[in-house]
Structures are given as C-alpha cells and as structure tokens.
Design a protein around this ligand. Structure first.
Ligand code: PMP
Length: 283
C-alpha cells in the first residue's frame, strides 16, 4: 500500500511526491533532517527533535519554514494517515532549489519533506542479544553537531561493519571514540557511565540527553568525557543510544567481548527506564 508523504504543504501518495533536480539537498547535501520515533502511535521526545532542528537550521543560516506547532501537526497527521503504531517519522528540510552555485542563494524557498516508516522498536533482537561493532577512523567533516543529510561516510562505515560480519561501527579520532555511525557511544565501568562530552565532534543526541537525565535521576554516576578504544574494550558494559534504537547494548568491539559478552544490567535498566518514561511522556 502506498504511503502518504508530505511535500511542501501537500499530503500526496509517495509516487507523486517530487522535488526539483536543482534542489540543493540533492546537489550539495545542503539540508538537515530529524528522525522521531513513534510508539503506541505517539511521538517520542518531539520537543527535543524540534529544538535540535531549529539549531541545525540556525547553524546553516537557513530559515525555519514551519513553527513547532505546525511541525507537530504534520507529524501527527502522517502517523494517523499511515496508521503507524510503531516506527519513525523522517523529516528533511533543504535550502531549496536554485541555480547551482556554492554560495547560498539570496532567495530560496526551503524544501520540506516528511514520511513515515513502520519499524519494530521496542521488542528487538538487537536489544535482547546486544550488537557487535568494529572500530573505524572517523573521516567525517568537522561540524557533526549539525544534523545534515551528508551521510555517505556513516553509510560506508555500516558497509565496512557488514563486510566484517559486525552490526555497526564506532568511529575513532585521535585515539578516542567519537560516536557510532548513527548513534552515540557510551561505556560503563565500575557502575559509572562514561560518554563523550558535547562538542562539534559529535551529534548532540536527543536520546543521549534523555538517557543521561534518567541515569542521574536514578542516582547513577555519569562522566562526560572522551574515552579510548582500549577503555571501551575493557569496560564492564557498552551501549549506544539513538531515536530508533533507544538504548541498545554493545557486546563486542572488534575482537574483544565487552564484559561477559552479553547485555549488562546498566544498559538493560536504562533501556527499561527510557522506554517507560518516554511512553508516558509521548504526545
Ligand atoms: N550520532 C549520530 C552520528 C547519529 O546519526 C545519530 C542519529 N541520528 C545519533 C548520534 C543519535 O541521535 P538521536 O538520539 O537524536 O537519534
């Protein structure tokens, strides 16, 4: 069955959804995106995603064409029209169509596209068994705090992981773990959660922020600092966070099992708390 997607103010069947070949998102990856998960037909942490979207647009001097209320309305309408009980809403805003030029166009109308995907998020094999990651050099650009659609290196990373028989990759820069290809990376040692501090080097994960807040509320110790690959391999536990994976345990990094090589109690507990709290607050 064809999905209904949103393109520049209109709800249309997916095969009728079109954007210009001159769109700067297509030509120059001049666009930003957000992915908001849906559980029980409701949006998880919509406000967090709306806030980061505004920040990404601001960093690129792009106009925000929609108010938060309008954005919420579109998200909800798509969830309803496509009957999504569990899955994702993908949102992309580009600078719009203009004659090809490196300089930003003086006037361009942003392109806005949203679509949904059905996806199992809560009861997943990855959460049950944990995932394996390989380490790869972080060869992305330096403004990873902006959620742009230039995702080629993360795609290459996923393919490197696949070729190595692993589930994902953690990226390393100057000997330190930055993040996963599409998630934030965390380790646990002696009961303390260690996760890289916020900077331009990583995406400021919305799930990361919520999970750290819940961890602190549950009296867990959290240390925000960079950590090495050796430290990660010697940790008691490791896990990743993202809107689509929530909290997912990492049980192997390259050749080394993490802890017992099975999901540990901290990651399990944080996943439980996150899902419970977010379900309660979903809109
Ligand atoms: N880092 C990167 C590089 C990502 O692509 C993502 C997911 N888009 C994340 C972290 C996690 O961010 P969030 O929790 O907001 O999904």
């Amino acid at each position: 069955m064809s999905r209904t997607v949103y393109v520049n103010g209109a709800y249309v069947p997916e095969h009728e959804a079109k954007v210009s070949v001159f769109d700067r998102g297509f030509l120059m990856a001049d666009g930003v995106y957000e992915v908001t998960s849906v559980v029980d037909g409701k949006l998880i942490d919509f406000a967090g995603h709306a806030k980061r979207l505004a920040r990404s647009l601001g960093e690129l001097e792009m106009d925000n064409p929609l108010s938060e209320a309008e954005l919420l309305e579109i998200h909800r309408e798509l969830v309803t029209r496509n009957d999504v009980s569990e899955g994702l809403v993908y949102l992309q805003i580009t600078r719009g169509a203009a004659d090809r030029d490196f300089a930003y166009p003086e006037v361009a109308r942003p392109t806005v596209v949203l679509f949904t995907q059905h996806k199992t998020l809560v009861d997943t094999a990855a959460a049950e068994r944990g995932i394996s990651v390989i380490s790869i050099p972080d060869e992305r650009w330096g403004r990873r705090d902006i959620k742009t659609v230039q995702l080629l290196y993360p795609s290459m990373g996923k393919m490197m992981a696949k070729a190595a028989g692993a589930d994902d990759a953690w990226m390393i820069e100057d000997g330190l773990v930055t993040e996963g290809t599409s998630n934030n990376a965390h380790i646990v040692k002696d009961g303390r959660i260690v996760t890289r501090h916020l900077s331009n080097e990583i995406l400021h994960g919305i799930t990361r922020a919520a999970v750290l807040r819940f961890a602190r509320e549950a009296q867990m110790e959290v240390e925000e600092r960079a950590f090495t690959l050796d430290e990660a391999q010697a940790a008691d536990e490791a896990f990743v966070t993202s809107a689509s994976t929530f909290v997912t345990p990492v049980v192997r990094i390259d050749d080394a099992p993490v802890g017992a090589g099975t999901p540990g109690p901290v990651a399990r507990r944080l996943r439980e708390i996150y899902i419970e709290e977010m379900r309660r607050a979903a809109i």
